[in-house]
Design a protein around this ligand. Structure first.
Ligand SMILES: O=C(O)CCC(=O)C(=O)O
Length: 387
């Protein structure tokens, strides 16, 4: 299967055609799962138990109408601003106006590039080899760009609207319900799938640390919120194997071989409108196809872990660097949550702010102002956790 796909060439039109039947079946399956609706909290801010049950069963939940039009407009404008200030090509220091590109002075690269419709990860040892099978890479448009921006990294440094989003009270209440009140941050990235250009993200599971832990459970590697700035469709969106977060022993290579193609049987697409938010368990088998659809997707990811899965844990980062996570690191990185809450209160004073219990007594140290912008936001993502 792997080698067949590597050597196969396919036009973008044939790829879209091959997806059509799969999409029809997948959409039906997705809409029958009973795991979508608005965030429902009781008077004490606790998440509705049926939502927790549906998330626990499927491994993902679709929260509808979380972000209103005004905030959506601010998020879209900020993403566009970051794209406008991108380097002209991978490795370039200048943007299209000849000014220093955004992020050239950041510790970690802000922009991720790939060849249009390619699969940069599948079948390679990259990312700890967690993407075992290469996806089809349809022929890109002849008159298209050589590279497309597929990812932005460090959302809170790149976009103030993302700092405010990070403090969203309902989303933080959901994180508390799933992971406990002392939940800790993971990372914040943007996935961009331009129509006719967006690369695939080969099938994988995110977590790589706790699979053999004596106390492993279905939430051992946390979850991602995936905030959608445009519709997420079966053509441009992430596909998930429902329930796979509860199965430690899944062989992705075999799944693809048994399905006879990269279109894994019984997977479902994450479907929603702009302003909706997926919560997706990082243990789920998931991936996204080359975007041969006519629709753009822009997803803001922000992930969280249970504290006990991070504190004093020795593991290696996605690039293989060994690490041990200390209480001090957790404290420093978690201040970004408190900062997000304060930034949001300043912008939306009518909202009831979320109280992040681990830092509840440190609110004055974590105000959103020029000092914290400089001291806490700059290169904050060198302190991201990965498990
Ligand atoms: O958004 C995508 O296309 C892929 C997302 C993904 O694989 C992830 O968040 O782990």
């Amino acid at each position: 299967m792997n080698t067949t796909q590597e050597t196969q060439t396919i036009t973008a039109a044939d790829h879209a055609e091959a997806m059509a039947d799969y999409i029809r079946g997948g959409e039906q399956r997705a809409l029958s799962l009973g795991n979508r609706g608005p965030i429902k909290l009781d008077n004490h801010g606790k998440l509705d138990s049926e939502i927790l049950e549906a998330y626990g069963r499927s491994g993902f939940y679709v929260f509808e109408s979380v972000i209103d039009e005004e905030e959506l407009g601010e998020l879209r404008a900020d993403v566009q601003g970051v794209l406008d200030r991108a380097p002209t090509a991978p490795g370039s220091q200048l943007d299209r106006d000849g000014n220093p590109a955004m992020g050239v002075d950041y510790a970690l690269p802000a922009y991720g590039w790939a060849k249009p419709l390619s699969d940069p990860l599948g079948g390679t040892p990259l990312n700890k080899g967690r993407h075992p099978v290469k996806m089809l890479d349809p022929e890109p448009p002849q008159d298209g760009p050589k590279f497309t921006i597929e990812r932005l990294r460090g959302n809170l440094q790149l976009m103030e609207s993302c700092v405010r989003l990070y403090g969203h009270p309902d989303l933080l209440a959901v994180a508390e319900a799933v992971l406990g009140a002392d939940f800790v941050p993971y990372n914040e990235v943007v996935f961009i799938k331009e129509p006719g250009l967006g690369p695939s993200v080969a099938w994988h599971r995110d977590g790589t640390t706790h699979w053999d832990a004596f106390d492993w459970d279905q939430d051992a590697h946390g979850f991602n919120f995936m905030v959608q700035l445009y519709s997420s469709t079966a053509g441009n969106g992430v596909w998930v194997m429902p329930g796979s977060h509860k199965q430690p022993d899944i062989d992705i290579k075999k799944l693809i071989a048994d399905s006879g193609s990269e279109r894994i049987e019984n997977a479902v697409p994450l479907l929603c409108e702009a302003g909706d938010v997926f919560m997706t368990n990082r243990q789920c088998v998931h991936g996204s196809f080359a975007n041969t659809s006519p629709d753009r997707r822009v997803t803001l990811n922000e992930g969280f872990f249970a504290r006990k899965r991070v504190l004093n844990v020795s593991t290696s980062k996605l690039d293989g660097t060994p690490v041990t996570y200390t209480a001090e690191q957790i404290h420093e990185r978690s201040r970004l949550i408190a900062l997000g809450i304060d930034a949001r209160s300043q912008r939306f004073p009518e909202e009831k702010p979320y109280v992040y219990q681990p830092l509840a007594w440190e609110e004055d140290d974590n105000r959103w102002n020029d000092v914290t912008r400089q001291n806490l936001i700059k290169d904050y993502n060198v302190r991201d956790f990965y498990i």
